[in-house]
Design a protein around this ligand. Sequence first.
Ligand SMILES: [Zn+2]
Length: 112
Amino acid sequence: MVTVSICCKYCGEKERVVKMGKNRTGRPRCLCRACGRTFQTSYQYKAYEAGVKERIVQMSINGSGIRDIARVLQVGTNTVISTLKKKDLDYTGKSGLSKEAQKAGESVHKKG
Ligand SMILES: [Zn+2]
């Protein structure tokens, strides 16, 4: 029997993650017994997957546009904009986003 250890997307626990049925689209759901939260290993909407929000911020800092990021990460442009507007997030290791990231989010919002 082959066991595959699944890493919890919230707390990083590997040992105490168990399978917990399937959702409507047939993707398996997992329960982390350490933090008590449920998650999936793959999502229909890419924005829910682990690390996507961090990549949006990193790509924005490196000069990618809103539509570039949306195309590469397969998320919506509104997801990119709303992620960049959340100033209290700590994806970059600093207390807020860079000026460039905030400016990019605002300029697209004005175009409407
Ligand atoms: Zn957990």
